[in-house]
Design a binder for this molecule. Structure first.
Ligand code: BES
Ligand code: MN
Length: 453
């Protein structure tokens, strides 16, 4: 294990460390107070740099909104981000504890460092620097920072609808996506959507002796394995009837552009640590991630998980599924198709129940819109000499399409995460270089957008 080095922190890094110390895990009610405290920290920080910030309660975790003094004739830019994080487990795989930020070789390690605290704080620091140096910002600004992104933003749509007037803006900017490589500026013009579904099978009323009753009744674990196996064909294509009906084909120019990206198959093998790449036939791996839908098992459980053996027929089995969706798939419709598929393929002898989880629409925008071009100019100014890569991302930010539906605006996605930042994984990290580049990017972006969108 390498030693922790603590170089002299500048103020921004010190702020980031404080921000990262809150275990603001939105999915776990045991952390509700930490999550609320994290929102309070943000309010204090935003007020401290000269904005008017408020914490708004919701049915779930609070939303933080901050604004400068809005002046007529200027574009209004909303910067969206999230202060909640994913759970940190498995804890034993972290080199040092996830909520005790550590810097090693210029890289900050902590849960949330890249997704999304480092990236949203970079915007805040950029705004802080602009106000300190110029006395004001070149645009009307709204920060909207929520605490429920990692659980699918269940309360944010209502919040947008209720505060539609105050949140009126010309466009949204988000740094919660990735770069295709170190020093390679990246403009993301699409995201996958998501739909989550938990399936539970029940058989006998209690775990049974597998010798006394084995052969007499169905085993829910076996039934679940058979059911899950019906979701794909042998080539990795999703086998649910109608699943691909609304899928927009990958465009030729995208295919050509993505072939040239530095994320090669070899690089993907390294990044994932998998023995080989696998997925839907006829598409390159990156195409499958950016622009093709998937069905994934996120968790599966049944029967005895302890040391040694235990001869039982488990009473129940469950699987957590998510579908990653692309334009123009609709999450509600896909869940209906999935439920119909699972009903049709349910093996005999067990009962099935469904629990619908979060969902979010896919998003795609024109990378060459006026605002898209402004964003790319800001990226060029931040990373001189490098031409921005144009990509769609495989991840989801459920509120992005909702911004379009409720506020009528497009979102610019200017992410700073590197492929090996390990978002959602142990040892999540963010190079301080990217953190500082993020505040430079914010200043270029606001200037470019002030010139007209
Ligand atoms: N920042 C990610 C989304 C992301 C990751 C976009 C990588 C592009 C590249 C975001 O915080 C996230 O993880 N979203 C969740 C949403 C879900 C829990 C509803 C996701 O994609 O799993
Ligand atoms: Mn995330």
């Amino acid at each position: 294990m390498s030693t922790t080095t603590t170089p002299e922190h500048d103020h921004a890094t010190a702020d980031l460390i404080q921000f990262l110390e809150f275990p603001s895990i939105s999915t776990d009610p045991a952390h509700n107070e930490d999550t609320a405290n994290c929102a309070d920290w943000l309010v204090t920080k935003l007020n401290g740099i000269g904005l008017q910030a408020e914490k708004h309660p919701t049915a779930g975790h609070p939303v933080v909104v901050a604004r400068n003094e809005h002046k007529p004739g200027r574009p209004t830019v909303m910067i969206y981000g999230h202060y909640d994080v994913q759970p940190a487990d498995p804890l034993d795989l972290w080199k040092t504890p996830p909520f005790e930020p550590r810097i090693e070789d210029g890289v900050l390690y902590a849960r949330g460092s890249t997704d999304n605290k480092g990236q949203i704080l970079a915007h805040i620091i950029g705004v802080q620097q602009a106000i300190a140096e110029d006395g004001e910002l070149p645009v009307n600004l709204i920060f909207l920072i929520e605490g429920e992104e990692e659980i699918g933003s269940p309360n944010l749509k209502d919040f947008l609808e209720q505060h539609k007037d105050e949140l009126k803006c010309d466009l949204v900017a988000v740094s919660d996506t990735g770069m295709v490589g170190k020093g390679k500026p990246t403009f993301t013009y699409g995201l996958r959507g998501i739909a989550a579904l938990e399936v539970r099978l029940t058989g006998p009323s209690v775990d049974l002796h597998s010798g006394i009753y084995g052969g007499a009744v169905a085993n829910p674990a076996t039934a679940l394995a058979r059911l899950v196996a019906t979701l794909h064909d042998a080539d990795g294509k999703v086998a649910i009837d109608g699943f691909y009906d609304e899928v927009r084909p990958v465009e030729d120019w995208e295919r050509k552009a993505w072939k040239k990206l530095p994320i090669t198959d070899d690089e993907l093998l390294k990044l994932t640590g998998s023995p080989e790449l696998f997925g839907e036939k006829g598409y390159l791996a990156l195409e499958r991630c950016y622009a093709r839908p998937t069905a994934e098992v996120n968790g599966i459980a049944s029967g005895y998980q302890g040391e040694g053996s235990k001869t039982i027929i488990p009473s129940k089995a469950m699987v957590k599924l998510t579908f990653r969706l692309v334009p123009d798939q609709d999450p509600t419709h896909i869940l209906q198709l999935a439920v119909a598929h699972l009903r049709k393929h349910l093996p005999p002898g067990v009962e099935m129940s469904f629990y619908l989880g979060h969902s979010g629409n896919p998003y795609v925008a024109d990378p060459h819109s006026k605002a898209g071009e402004a964003a790319q100019r800001a990226l060029r100014a931040t990373f001189p000499g490098a031409e921005p890569a144009l990509i769609r991302e495989g991840g989801s930010i459920p509120i992005v399409q909702t911004f379009k539906d409720v506020l009528g605006v497009e979102t610019l996605l200017l992410g700073l995460a590197l492929p090996d930042c390990r978002a959602h994984s142990p040892n999540e990290n963010f190079p301080l270089e990217n953190f500082h580049a993020g505040s430079v990017l914010n200043r270029h972006l606001l200037k470019e957008l002030a010139a007209g969108v």
